[in-house]
Write a protein that binds this ligand. Structure first.
Ligand code: NAD
Ligand code: ZN
Length: 344
């Protein structure tokens, strides 16, 4: 049996191990992809650190990773609309295809979703097998590095385009990877003012590069209210919560305009308390976001990228996969933008 190198969560403890494992075989309606580039996601860091969520979710041993791009090198029987050599990435959630949501065309809220690199072997390897249905063909105008981060770009796109945005004033709490990409999307989609908050000035710098009009750092006592006064608004029309911070979410609710809308991507702790009376009396709409819409979000991403939306400012580090430890170290220090691992 032919072997490949892979980053394996081999044991239920902190760490990740580079191992030689068998190259997987594509089954019926599956595709074997030779990996060129991957990116490290916050989820991968959770698995690496072996925190509570990882301990509850991950069954070892398993190859992790779900942000990737590569080349189709083998196809199982039944695969159509694909050729050996196609340049591809893939949707990381495998929907069951037969639950009520799948059958009504809402695969992103499938009740039996399986996550690549979370519930089955992932893409931090020389090869990965994924269902043909999950394959996304890449336009040649999209670079390999950009293609490798389309999964989180999809989270940002799904969130930012949840509500009509043209002419609206937007507050984004959290200028992490996804928040920064959301800035560029809101700019692209015609928002009026985009205000971004984060506790880290270096992250706010990236948000500015991506098109933010004004940034606020709550750790320096700055508040969303200051931005409203400075820009001459009544309040924000659209809120994108991308920090997972209860304090940020509360500041957002305080500063939303009556009748406005909030999309929630950041994973808020279950202990978060909010002023329900404000949500009710301001007539706010709240929408939870999970993953990407299959496959409308991917279509929108492709069109934005080939029309000039530039994600390159969010990529700050590049390593060969054998130096993966350096990549996880900079992620753990929380001083990085996106970290790319090269597999060529
Ligand atoms: P990230 O950790 O890179 O970004 C979070 C940012 O929030 C950080 O820059 C942090 O400094 C900032 N922050 C923390 N407290 C803040 C506060 N009080 N005010 C303002 N900013 C604050 O994470 P990411 O990869 O960009 O993801 C964003 C969030 O979305 C995370 O909570 C992540 O778990 C979640 N997520 C959800 C989904 C989904 O499908 N719902 C998918 C991916 C990620
Ligand atoms: Zn389903």
């Amino acid at each position: 049996m032919k072997k490949m190198k892979a980053l394996v969560k081999a044991r239920p403890e902190r760490g990740l191990w580079l191992e030689e494992v068998p190259i997987p075989e594509p089954g019926i309606n599956e595709v074997l992809v030779k990996i060129k580039k991957t990116a490290i996601c916050g989820t991968d860091l959770h698995i690496y650190l072996w925190d509570d969520w990882a301990q509850r979710t991950i069954k070892t041993p398993m190859i992790i990773g779900h942000e990737y791009m590569g080349i189709v090198v083998k196809m199982g029987s039944g695969v159509r609309n694909m050729e050996i050599g196609d340049r591809v990435t893939g949707e990381g959630h495998i929907a069951c295809g037969h639950c009520r949501n799948c059958r009504r065309g809402k695969k992103h809220v499938c009740q039996n979703t399986i996550g690549i690199g979370v519930n089955r072997d992932g893409a931090f390897a020389e090869y990965v097998v994924i269902p043909a249905e999950n394959i996304i063909h890449l336009d040649k105008r999209i670079s390999d590095e950009t293609a490798a981060i389309m999964d989180p770009f999809g989270n940002a796109t799904h969130t930012a385009l949840s509500f009509p945005i043209i002419g609206e004033d937007v507050l984004i709490t959290g200028a992490g990877l996804i928040g920064s990409m959301a800035v560029a999307i809101c700019r692209f989609a015609g928002a009026r003012y985009i205000v971004v908050s984060d506790l880290s000035d270096s992250r706010l710098e990236i948000a500015k590069k991506m098109g933010a009009d004004l940034t606020i750092n709550p750790s320096k006592g700055e508040k969303a209210r200051d931005a409203i006064d400075k820009l001459g608004m009544y309040g924000f029309d659209i809120g994108l919560e991308m920090s997972g911070s209860p304090a940020a979410f509360n500041d957002m609710i305080d500063n939303m305009y009556n009748g406005s809308k909030i999309a929630l991507l950041g994973i808020l702790p279950n202990t978060t308390t909010v002023p329900w009376d404000k949500i009710i009396f301001k007539a706010l709409s709240l929408k939870g976001i999970y993953g990407r819409e299959m496959f409308e979000t991917w279509y929108k991403m492709e069109q934005m990228l080939i029309s000039g939306l530039d994600l390159s400012p969010v990529i700050t580090h590049r390593f060969h996969f054998e130096d993966f430890q350096k990549g996880f170290d900079v992620m753990e220090e929380r001083n990085s933008g996106k970290v790319i691992l090269n597999w060529e």
